[in-house]
Structures are given as C-alpha cells and as structure tokens.
Ligand binder design. Structure first.
Ligand SMILES: *Cc1c(COP(=O)(O)O)cnc(C)c1O
Length: 374
C-alpha cells in the first residue's frame, strides 16, 4: 500500500542534497537554497535540511512566517526573508536571528525601532531595484537610503550585512544593464561608508549563465528542485540535476469505450476508434492545470499516455488503447524524464506555464512522501 499510494508527491531528499552539492561545486560561490512557498511545494523543513546537507550556506524565504517555520523546526542556519507585510513587527525576526531583506528606507527605520527594543542590531540586506521593478529601493532614493543605513549602523541599530537585487532574465543586454546598475549602487553604498560582506543578485538562471553575476552568494531556488530555470527545452540531465518531485497515483478505474463516444465534461474529445480509458485520481484541486486538458501526458504501463477530454477537479482520463492497464496500476504524472516520465516542464508546456508553477501549485490533498534525507 505505502509503495503505491492513491495520490502522492514523492520527494527525493537525496536529490536535493546532490543538486545543491553539484551547483555549489560548479558555481564556486556560496549558495543560498531558496525554500519559499513550502520549498516550491516540496516541504520546507525537510528540503532545508537536505539542502544544508549538500552545502547550502544560507536559506532564503519570501515571508518571515516561512523563516519562523524553519527556526521552529530547530534549523539554525543563516536565513534571509525579503517580502514583508507592511505592518510586520521585525522584533521577533531579530530575536530569532533572521536576516531582513529590506526594500525601503521606512523599513530600515522600523527595523531600527525593533532593534532598540530587542537590544541587538537588525541584520539587514538592503535591496536595490536594478530594473525588475517589483521591490527594492528605487535608484533615485538609494543615496538617501544608504545614508540612513550608515547612520543607523553607526548607532548600533542595524548591521548592513548584504546588498542585493534580482535580475529580470530578459536578455543578455538587459542583465548587463542591471549588473551595471548594481555596481553603481554598490559604489554609492561604499561612499556612504557601508561595507556589506554579501553582495548578491543572481537566482538560478543568472548564476548558471553569468559568472560575473555570482558575487558573494547565489540564491538558488528551482535548480535545488532539479528543474531547469530556462524555458528553452534545456533538460535537468543537461544541467547535471535530478528532479526531486515525482507526482504519482494509482489508476482508479478502467473502461472500454466505442468509436464516437465523448469523454469527460463537455465531451471535448471523442474516441476515433474503440479504445480503453484509465482514470487518474488527480485534478485541478490537486494543482493539475485544467489548461493542460487534451495536452498533458502521463507515464502508465511503460508508455506515455495522452490526457483526453477535460481535466476535472479530482480526476482526468488518459487513453491507453488496447494495452494491459489495470485498476491499481501506478501512474506517474511527472518525475525524472530518465525514467520515461514526463517532466514538470512538459506539463508547463502543456499548460502554457513553467515547471516552477507546476510543482509549486500541487495542492494539500496530495500527501508528500519522503525518500532519503539524513
Ligand atoms: C524566488 C527567488 C529566488 C530563486 O529563484 P529561482 O529562479 O527559483 O532560482 C531568488 N531570489 C529571490 C529574491 C526570489 O524571490
């Protein structure tokens, strides 16, 4: 039973460790494993431990709540969190030794206020917007922000440990322009007297393709999970990475249908010949994109089988022809292509999205099972 669950996202923790080790060695730069969004749907705490075992020097989260979850599990590695509720109280983060990625001078003053109460300085990585235009201090406010930071640092209320930014991955030229803007921001910060030990701008794509973007730390998310960051068909294997998540289930029903029979809601697909259908017990409630109706594929009984008709909330159908397929057979929606399974990126293509979204959106009804790990 446990070997063939009804629905399961099986997480190979040894693959996380191996991916981080491979990347850290290849890039020659300390790595932050980004475990935001429950480690892209893989489970934050076990993935964080596996990434640290592979040599990750830092952990990264978006929200503070995600960082607290790691601390509550006893993980004491350096953590940076960078996306904050406008009303967030930074005191508990300072107490928990969580570094704050800050994007505005007002946030610096709030961190300083919290530090006064906490009785120790807030460890800050100050973010400059070099062109992604999500958050980060805007270039025309940067001189003022670094002056304020330097003053708060002299007062012992903040420690500017890092300066960082984020690339838009638009083109080589646009990345180069962002790196030039980052250099200017670093120079302005140095003039203001800041001496950050960690300058960082690259996530997976930039770290893999632009050595000059690696600086003192690379923030690796998707590569830790064994999924390529590029939308150009590059495979995991070509990058030396192993996909971490295998999404699988068991065939819940099998039926024969006649030529001309319509299938699933709206009968958007009709059989051209007599055939056999297998029912897969995962649907859009589990994160299987309805957009991939009639386009996705699964691995079942040794072959790739096409999704036919609409993907419903809990289930969808695949056409298995005349092949021997039984109720209870294992069906793999995606996993390591080396096993013959589709990749998360294949589902991304089928749903007009990216592998990142496919793994991250797997819903709570799908239990996570874990392989390996310490
Ligand atoms: C999500 C995120 C990353 C990781 O990006 P990948 O493309 O998954 O490597 C890095 N830095 C920041 C600021 C992020 O939000």
């Amino acid at each position: 039973m446990t070997e063939r669950p009804f629905r399961e996202a099986l997480i190979d923790l040894d693959a996380v460790t191996a991916n981080v080790r491979t990347l850290a060695e290849r890039l020659g730069t300390p790595a932050m494993a980004v475990v935001k969004a429950d480690a892209y749907g893989h489970g934050a705490v076990p993935v964080a431990r596996a990434a640290l075992a592979g040599g990750a020097a830092w952990l990264g989260t978006a929200d503070l709540g995600e960082a607290f979850e790691l601390r509550a599990a006893g993980i004491d590695a350096p953590i940076l969190a960078w996306l904050h509720d406008p009303g967030a109280d930074f005191g508990p983060a300072i107490d928990a030794g969580i570094d704050l990625g800050l994007s505005a001078e007002a946030q610096l003053h709030r961190a300083a206020d919290a530090a006064r109460t906490a009785g120790r300085p807030a460890a800050v990585h100050l973010k400059i917007d070099t062109g992604l235009r999500r958050n980060g201090v805007q270039p025309d406010e940067w001189a003022g922000a670094v002056a304020a930071a330097a003053q708060l640092e002299r007062a012992g209320l903040v420690r500017i440990r890092g300066i960082f930014s984020h690339l838009a991955n638009t083109s080589a030229e646009a990345d180069a322009a962002q790196l030039a803007a980052f250099e200017r921001a670093l120079a302005v910060a140095a003039e203001a007297g800041l001496r950050p030990e960690l300058r960082h701008i690259a996530s997976t794509a930039g770290a893999l393709t632009r050595p000059e973007a690696r600086y003192d730390l690379v923030r690796l998310g998707i590569a830790c999970y064994g999924i390529p960051p590029f939308a150009d068909g590059t495979t995991s294997a070509e990058l030396g990475l192993v996909p971490v998540m295998t999404l699988r289930g068991r065939v819940a029903a099998v039926r024969r249908i006649a030529a001309g029979d319509g299938v699933s809601y709206g009968h958007t697909w009709r059989a051209e010949r007599p055939t056999k259908l297998a029912l897969v017990p995962l649907g859009y409630a589990d994160g299987i994109p309805r957009q991939a109706s009639g386009r996705g594929e699964v691995l079942l009984a040794g072959a790739r089988r096409p999704v036919v008709g609409r993907i419903a909330m809990d289930q969808f159908l695949v056409d298995v022809g005349d092949d021997a397929v039984e109720v209870g057979d294992e069906v793999v929606l995606f996993g390591d292509p080396a096993t013959g399974a589709p990749s998360a990126d294949d589902w991304g293509v089928a749903a007009d999205t990216i592998g990142y979204e496919i793994v991250t959106r797997i819903g709570p009804r799908v239990p996570r099972g874990y392989l390996g790990g310490a």
